[in-house]
Design a protein around this ligand. Structure first.
Ligand code: SF4
Length: 138
């Protein structure tokens, strides 16, 4: 969900989901020292999503929860982190900037309907030093 928060621009699956995303995004922006509890399961933002049912995420069909958990573990692994750990939001952004590029989202986010918009890719690359960005001209 950390990558999704980076790309969030006010659109989402329902008014309640958008409200939850906006509140969490604003909270982390106001206080980068705020601890993020890392999970590989539905989080408090997912609780506001109409695609969540008792079996988990149904966005891509009834078996989508297993896909989403694998997605979460993939991202945590790339960042050298694990579910159950906690890290300040600002430190998490530093890890993302060092370990993930916008182009990696093609392999990470695969089935996400927001991926083609390109906003999440750009948001991840915006974390990096300008000289390290893919569009940098030497
Ligand atoms: S493309 Fe989808 S899964 Fe990937 S960071 Fe954006 S919203 Fe999240």
């Amino acid at each position: 969900m950390a990558l999704c928060l980076l790309g969030f621009r006010g659109s989402g699956y329902s008014p309640g989901f958008v409200e939850a995303m906006a509140a969490v995004q604003a909270g982390f922006k106001a206080d980068p020292d705020q601890l993020v509890e890392l999970v590989d399961a539905p989080d408090p933002i997912c609780a506001a999503c109409p695609n969540l049912d008792d079996g988990g995420c149904t966005l891509g069909g009834p078996d989508h929860e297993a896909h989403m958990r694998a997605h979460d573990r993939d991202v945590l692994g790339r960042l050298g982190l694990a579910a159950g750990e906690a890290i300040p939001w600002g430190r998490l952004l530093e890890r993302i900037a060092g370990q993930i590029q916008g182009s990696d989202l093609d392999a990470i986010c695969t089935t996400c309907p927001w991926l083609p918009l390109g906003v999440c890719r750009a948001s991840v690359d915006d974390l990096r030093d300008p000289s390290e960005r893919p569009d940098h001209e030497a």
